[in-house]
Design a protein around this ligand. Structure first.
Ligand code: BMA
Length: 337
């Protein structure tokens, strides 16, 4: 079994602790990696995405300001654990170079396709919708057209074109806290015009993903298919609980789910996941992975207050997903009606 991609020997890594033999994913023992009040006028950083860059690491971070409005901040790190942030929020311009700041920006994902880095986030386009921008140098960030009409959240691009087109997962929603939601796939030849919309996965029968699901980290290309870490939400008498789930999508036609794990991979258990601005949230937004060893590090927001790091091994997690896979009839269809 292998990851199709580059080696990343300097990614963070910790072996699975003794006593956790059956757990498919385990936490970094120095979590949370980003504490509260990390920046002037920013109360919390969470739900953020990182990437390798020039032998080190770079990331786009959701910073909730002390006035309550979220924006995206750029961060740099030598080890992908200890981060320094630019004090100024990422400055977006339009394609003519004019200022084009969103009213707010949250839950950014960062994906490299060919030689360009793309940021997707939840933006205000007459309500919650998807914002999209590109950069090649992390100095100039050019916003592209918003891909979808409102309301929509949790967009994440695939890291390469498939059958000649860009592919993006998203989760159509409402303007509020959305008590429903499935993952859809859309494609585009140019990142401007989006179509061929397909249903990928619906919420599951299991309690932990029975309310809604949403794309998380950019899918990882493997010889088993696209390995997707997503979030699944359950409703309790005290509010939503966000857990991390795993599925494997068909490599050439990713609207088809090959395997889908009926168990969560990670659910709020630690103090920094159970206690915070919004309790009981594990919200994955990115992975780092090493094709040579199959090591995977998952970056997730914890309790809308912190960033946590968890680890898994390709073979362990894929076998776990396959062994515990329960598909619905919708998962195996092409998703077109
Ligand atoms: C979702 C998003 C996430 C957040 C989660 C839990 O709707 O807004 O940013 O982590 O709720 O509050």
């Amino acid at each position: 079994m292998k990851i199709i991609g580059e080696a990343l020997p300097n990614m963070p890594w910790q072996e699975k602790p003794e006593g956790l033999k059956n757990a498919p994913v385990w936490r970094f023992n120095e979590n949370p990696i980003i504490e509260r009040n990390p920046l002037k006028n920013v109360a919390r950083i969470f739900n953020s995405a990182v990437m390798p860059y020039n032998g080190e690491f770079i990331g786009v971070f959701r910073g909730e300001q002390t006035n309550g409005i979220s924006y995206i901040y750029l961060g740099h790190s030598k080890d992908a654990v200890h981060w320094t942030f630019n004090e100024e929020k990422i400055h977006f311009v339009d394609e003519d170079g004019n200022d084009f700041m969103p009213n707010y920006a949250y839950d950014p994902r960062l994906v490299k396709v060919e030689d360009t880095y793309y940021i997707m986030w939840c933006t205000d386009f007459y309500g919650a919708a998807i914002g999209l921008a590109k950069t090649t140098d992390f100095k100039t960030f050019v916003r592209l057209e918003n891909p979808f009409i409102p309301f929509n959240r949790n967009a994440v691009l695939f890291p390469r074109k498939i059958n000649g087109n860009y592919m993006m997962l998203s989760r159509p929603s409402d303007s509020g806290h959305t008590p429903f939601g499935d993952i859809f796939l859309s494609e585009s030849p140019d990142l401007v015009y989006w179509g061929k919309h397909r249903h990928v996965m619906g919420r599951g029968a299991e309690w932990w993903e029975s309310v809604k699901i949403g794309g998380g980290a950019a899918p990882i290309e493997t010889d088993e298919g696209w390995l997707m870490f997503y979030h699944g939400v359950s409703g309790t008498c005290n509010g939503f609980v966000y857990s991390i789930g795993g599925a494997i999508l068909d490599i050439d036609n990713p609207s088809i789910v090959k395997y889908r794990c009926e168990n969560f991979l990670l659910t709020p258990e630690e103090w920094y996941e159970e206690r915070g601005f919004v309790p009981n949230v594990c919200f994955p937004c990115a992975t780092l992975h090493d094709a040579d060893t199959g090591r995977i590090a998952i970056y997730y927001g914890a309790a809308d207050s912190y960033v946590g790091l968890a680890f898994t091994q390709l073979e362990d997690v894929v076998n776990y997903i396959k062994e515990n896979s329960v598909l619905t009839t919708q998962d195996t269809e092409i998703g077109r009606r």
